[in-house]
Design a binder for this molecule. Sequence first.
Ligand code: PHE
Length: 454
Amino acid sequence: MERSQWGTRAGFIMAAVGSAIGLGNIWRFPYVAYENGGGAFFIPYLFALLTAGIPILILEFTIGHKYRGSAPLSFFRMSGKKAEWIGWWAVFVSFVISVYYAVIIAWAMRYTIFSFNQAWGEDTEGFLFNDFLQLNAVPGQTGEIVWGIFIPLALVWIITLGILLAGVKKGIEMANRIFIPTLVVIFLIVVVRALTLDGAMVGLDAFFRPNFDAIMDPSVWVAAYGHIFFSLSVAFAIMITYSSYLPKKSDITNNAFITGFANSSFELLAGIGVFAALGFMANQAGVPVSEVATAGVGLAFVVFPQIINEFPGFNGFFGVLFFLSLTLAGLTSLMSITETYVAGISEKFGLSRTKAVAFGGGLAALISILFATQGGLFFLDLADYYINQFGVAAVGLVEVVMVVWVLRKADTLQSHANSISDIHLGAWWKVSLGVITPIVLGYMMFGLLKLNIL
Ligand code: PHE
């Protein structure tokens, strides 16, 4: 069977950027930066981008391009059985993340509809937990399917698996070529509108005000590295899979820089938009920004609905665009993460794309129903906690240590990348991968282990 390929270079970049830009850019980055030094956070952040994010992105692009397989097959071709398991581990982490990532997209989709008439009412927190997620279910009822979540969730999976069924070029590439430019336009409108609200400047001041003491704190550096990994979707086997569909002649190093900077630009924009809106909220409520600043579920589904409630003039529009942005950003990431295990099992077991999508994607979709039940948020927290603690950092650490120190492939990969790219990889790349990244990730793991014993 001939291997699928991207139609154009822009198509591949769109897809890689689509994977990178996700919920993390919108609801995670602004608060992580704010909490970890504000304007000063950009120092560890840029450092992490240049010593871990982009170098690992180059590594994964090179592995996929050279060995032309999904992660397990690529690692197998690199060094046989003793490397294949790294690919499977990453594939497993991807599978687990996809199961709950889909659920959040389903919430965002539902909230897009709620935005039209602010169906959440005044008490947005009570609405989220009691009415929408039904966490206050009567004992005995816990575990029943919540249809308001189930239906959008089914839709999320139908869209995602439908796109994957259509293939790499006609499905994933086409979808990203439509979704990503749309997302950028919609999100720009959200940001510009937020910037024109009363109090926006107070929010920006809170976001950018540098606290230089913070950068002396190792935990701030750990936060920067942790965020870069998640945000760039590296160490999940995704970027290996995507680059395995590249044509032979592709400037992978340059592509990695473009992907990395596009992703960071988007999150900077998100930081500005989110904090401008938070400044407005704080202004409205007469409280400091610190009282309303938060991340994740609380930011998107409690605070943003409040902001939308307070909106001057017609408020439905802003809400619709905001939740649509979350939905689009999420869908393009979910596609990439699902493609990772679809490709993995299809190659391992010689299955057609259709069968692999049906089995792999179907299984993930079935498991995710668990989160569409009363009490589902509990499982979601649990999965998120363990995956973030032991999934990402651990896979990243094993990946770089194995490739550089155990399998000793850094030189081979470096010359492969250099033979097809304009930008030449030098010592910077090897030092980043072989020394800096392992030290930081090792520290992260060690710190986390301590955290768990306590
Ligand atoms: N990069 C995505 C984000 O910022 C998250 C993600 C991680 C998506 C891993 C897929 C795989 O939200």
